[in-house]
Design a protein around this ligand. Sequence first.
Ligand SMILES: Cc1ncc(COP(=O)(O)O)c(C=O)c1O
Length: 392
Amino acid sequence: MDPFTRESRYFFHTYKRIPLEIDRGEGMYVYSRDGKRYLDMFGGLAVNALGYGHPGVIQAIHEQSKKYIHLSNYYLQEPQLQLAELLVKHSGYNKVFLSNSGTESIEGALKLTRKWASSRGKSTMVSFSNAFHGRTMGALSMMDRPQYRNGYEPFLQDCRIVEFNNIIELRNAVDEKTAGILLEFIQGEGGIRLVSSDFVHEIKTLKEKHGFLLLADEIQAGFGRTGKFFGFQHFTINPDIVVVAKPLGGGLPLGAILGNTTVAEVLEPGVHGTTFGGNPVACAAGIVVLREIMERGLMKNAHVMGEILRSRLLDLQREFPSLVKEVRGFGLMIGMELTRECDSIVTALREHGILLNCTDKTVLRFLPPLIIEKNHIDEVIHCLRVIFSKMV
Ligand SMILES: Cc1ncc(COP(=O)(O)O)c(C=O)c1O
């Protein structure tokens, strides 16, 4: 039985799998079982920031595995402590909670917000249209898109979803009862759409007036991908809580909630926790990830290579105006919106040995590993030009 038939027989049908059997990965490339090489331009959806087979990550996993793979959060664990120190040092936040995934970090951040708000007579959460925060019930309560929500009702109470970048709607939704606003400053799954500076300014004004918490979902944009440590740093505002995951564990499941002094003392022993969160092997990998990004220049590379990629995509927009509507994003988080659905282009790119993701139907999403070099960009642009030429 071929693997796709086996998958269909044994699994719930939750994933539309890419018709490829990957055997192994190395650097920017993965290799299929039939020996073909593919340039990976979406890096496990922003997880594989260091590419595949990073020797430091492999060594850290190996060494920590020999000591202990799991203890339980009853014990202090050196890899957790070192990772938390690095997170605090590079983020400027004061406190850390380690989890297993993005959506679980969102749930924890919602709980932290409600806990903070409960003694202040506040409870309402505000979030935005077209956002993606995960698949658990709290995260879904903060999202409006029917493909993720339909059939899962009822959701959490006191959640308001405001049209993204609509200042009037925001003003009408926020009041003294608002506990927190959850915002993806750069919507990833929603098509690399940026919050406007005016909208951020309005959030700041409302925050000063009503005293709610601002929560940044940095699960996709965080850790240097946009050329800054966090995506929100492209705007002039400081969230109280930041939620991260994806690249943190070097490919192992690891997420985190970061909080500033406002929320530093809200949680007490027993009010929140996890069995696996902050797994020591994942943390050992995470220490290497943060050091590579911050101390060995990968965040800078994301900025420099991102500028090159963006300008080359803008060239394509000028060459193919009937096909390319817009290029947007920061660093290595770039969307190229087309005038038509992009599935067939993703298939054509795959035939040329390039893996790219299409999101929101018409947006080619570039989330390559942060180790990308100029020759990889040349390869992608060349193939896109060949494919686009045949389409016009
Ligand atoms: C912005 C954002 N938030 C939350 C999530 C959910 O993360 P996870 O799949 O690890 O639960 C994702 C995943 O794509 C995301 O991109």
